[in-house]
Design a protein around this ligand. Structure first.
Ligand code: GLP
Length: 241
C-alpha cells in the first residue's frame, strides 16, 4: 500500500511540480515517505517547487520535540528531499490558540489551497485531529484530544510512555479546509481502523464520524490494506484493492 500511495503522490508532483500538499504523520504513511525519498534519491522525483503543510500537531510540542509531527515530517521526508525550507509549513503550538489557528489558515489560503490533501484515519474516524463532532465547515483550530486518540498515540511511534504524557490539545487543519483540496488521498492500515473505514465510506455522512465528510468530495482515493478493508462491503472492497 505504501508503494501505491507513493506512486499516487509522486505522479501528483510530476504532473504539477508546484503542488501544494497537506501531509499526514503517523505509522501508516511511513512507507509512503520511504518510497518518495527513494524516488528522489534515484533522481526520479524533484520536490524543489513543492509547498507542504503538516495536517496537524500536538499543541505545545515544538519541532525539536521528537514526538512532534514537525520532527516526524523532517525525519521521514523533508530532510531527505529538496523542498525549500521556506515552503514547508507547520502550525504554531503556543500563544493564543485562535491566533495560531488563524495564522496557519491564512498561510494555506495565501498558498492557494491544497492540490492534494494526504490523510490518515484515526480509530474513532478522525482526520487530522478533527475529532467526532467537528463541524464539516471547520477551519484550522485547536482541539481537545479524545482519550482514545491520546491512548493511540502511546501505542504508535510517537514515543509517549503513557496517555498522560500526550498533550491534551492538538491543532489541526479543519475538515472544511481539507475538503476544499482538489484531490484527497487517504491511507488506512490495520484492523483497528476497519470499523472507522467502513463507517466512513458506507455509513451515514455525519459529524459523529469525521472521515464520512469525504463521501461528499468529488475526488477521493483510499489506499487501504486488507486488514483495514476487512469490514467493507464486498463491492467496495473490490474497487478499492
Ligand atoms: C493521529 C494524527 C492523524 C493520523 C492518525 C493515525 O491522530 N493526528 O493525523 O492520521 O493519528 O495515525 P496512525 O497512522 O499512526 O494510526
Amino acid at each position: 500500500m505504501s508503494r501505491i500511495a507513493g506512486r499516487i503522490v509522486a505522479e501528483q508532483i510530476r504532473d504539477n511540480p508546484h503542488s501544494i500538499l497537506a501531509l499526514p504523520t503517523g505509522n501508516t504513511p511511513k512507507g509512503m515517505y520511504d518510497f518518495l525519498v527513494a524516488q528522489h534519491e534515484e533522481g526520479r522525483l524533484d520536490c524543489s517547487s513543492l509547498t507542504t503543510f503538516n495536517l496537524d500537531e500536538y499543541w505545545g510540542l515544538t519541532p525539536e520535540h521528537p514526538s512532534s509531527f514537525a520532527y516526524y515530517i523532517n525525519e521521514h521526508f523533508l530532510h531527505h528531499v529538496n523542498v525549500p525550507p521556506a515552503k514547508t509549513h507547520w502550525p504554531a503550538v503556543s500563544g493564543p490558540p485562535d491566533e495560531a489557528a488563524a495564522a496557519y489558515e491564512a498561510s494555506i489560503v495565501h498558498a492557494g489551497g491544497f492540490d492534494m490533501a494526504v490523510l490518515g484515519l484515526g480509530i474513532n474516524g478522525h482526520i487530522g485531529f478533527n475529532e467526532p463532532g467537528t463541524p464539516f465547515d471547520s477551519r484550522t483550530h485547536v482541539v481537545k484530544l479524545e482519550k482514545e486518540t491520546r491512548q493511540a498515540s502511546v501505542r504508535g511511534y510517537y514515543g509517549f510512555a503513557s496517555p498522560e504524557d500526550v498533550p491534551e490539545y492538538g491543532i489541526t487543519i479543519g475538515i472544511g479546509t481539507i475538503c476544499e483540496a482538489r484531490k484527497i488521498l487517504m491511507l488506512v492500515s490495520g484492523s483497528t481502523k476497519a470499523k472507522a473505514l467502513a463507517f466512513a465510506l458506507e455509513g451515514p455522512v455525519s459529524t459523529a464520524l469525521p472521515a464520512s465528510a469525504l463521501q461528499q468530495h468529488p475526488d477521493v482515493t483510499i489506499v487501504a490494506d486488507e486488514a483495514a478493508a476487512f469490514a467493507l462491503a464486498r463491492s467496495k472492497k473490490r474497487s478499492i484493492t
